[in-house]
Design a binder for this molecule. Structure first.
Ligand code: HEM
Length: 267
């Protein structure tokens, strides 16, 4: 039996560290401005979802490496459900008008979602590998170490191609031995393999469809984020120093797994 004087029973508050959690929202505006709490909470919630997404994406890659494709699909389903919730949450922030945002925007100084290392980690595991993202984080920080580690690790697409090779598909060797720190690029050879999968192999074609869902889900978030940015700050530049919506529009519509989109016009 545990001794309650030295080892108190676990409670809701102690397990979830509620006191710590509730102490983490620190508005910077004087007053503070009413809407700043929503702005902080929503970003913190996103960072928690990013953490969970990374946890699940790592699991999908691991399950594919272990040839557990059914379980990988199950985990992908969870990821897609989280992405839907993440997209829907933008509706809440859109209840904040441009003037309400302006009431505290200056206090953000140069802070921006641009500096979310977990978002960049998600990009890295999905194969959007841009080394320049690492340099934005100071040496010796957790963020930089995490990004450096992920930059050198295989992407989800690499795990998928290796899985297909073990399933008996003629995935070209160059793709199985590629430099995993490089971004994913479209390949006619891989597309030939994928067309074979779609025509003859419903089980793995289904897995491909879940990857397309994932790709589309991330793009949906990007699209909704840029529309929210346009309605909140118009064509103003971002606090992170980019041209704002103009920069963000350039990231929308870029396919994460280009081969899975290319084959659609050849099927
Ligand atoms: C009023 C709300 C928001 C505005 C006006 C806004 C604005 C912007 C702007 C202008 C950028 C471009 C970089 C810059 O120059 O700052 C950006 C990037 C970004 N924002 Fe937001 N944002 C908002 C809410 C959010 C929320 C809730 C999240 C959730 C985490 C988020 C995550 C990101 C991410 C990850 C990027 C980097 C995107 C990329 O480089 O592809 N933003 N945001």
């Amino acid at each position: 039996m545990s001794d309650p004087t030295t080892n108190p029973a676990v409670t809701y508050g102690s397990y979830l560290r509620i006191d710590d959690l509730l102490s983490l929202q620190e508005p910077r505006s004087t007053g503070p401005e009413h809407d700043e709490l929503l702005f902080i909470v929503i970003h913190q919630v996103y960072e928690l979802w990013f953490k969970e997404l990374l946890h699940e994406l790592d699991r999908v890659a691991r399950l594919l490496t272990e040839d557990e494709s059914h379980r990988a699909q199950h985990t992908l389903k969870r990821i897609l459900t989280i992405l839907k919730v993440m997209v829907a949450q933008l509706d809440i922030l859109e209840t904040m008008t441009p003037l309400e945002f302006l009431s505290f925007r200056k206090r953000l100084e140069a802070a921006s979602g641009f500096q979310s290392d977990q978002f960049r980690q998600i990009e890295f595991i999905l194969g959007v590998k841009n080394e320049a993202s690492i340099a934005r984080f100071a040496e010796g920080t957790r963020a930089r170490a995490a990004l450096q580690k992920r930059h050198g690790e295989p992407t989800l697409w690499d795990a998928f191609l290796h899985y297909l090779a073990r399933e008996g598909y003629a995935v070209p060797a160059a793709h199985l031995t590629r430099n995993v720190a490089a971004p994913i690029e479209a390949s006619a050879d891989v597309q030939r393999v994928l067309i074979e999968v779609y025509r003859k192999d419903p089980k793995n074609a289904e897995l491909c469809e879940r990857l397309v869902d994932l790709d589309e889900g991330v793009q949906e978030w990007r699209y909704r984020h840029v529309k929210m940015v346009e309605r909140t700050i118009g064509a103003k530049s971002g606090t992170g120093g980019s041209p704002g919506a103009a920069y963000l529009r350039g990231t929308v519509g870029r396919n994460i797994f280009p081969d899975l989109w290319e084959i659609r016009s050849q099927l």
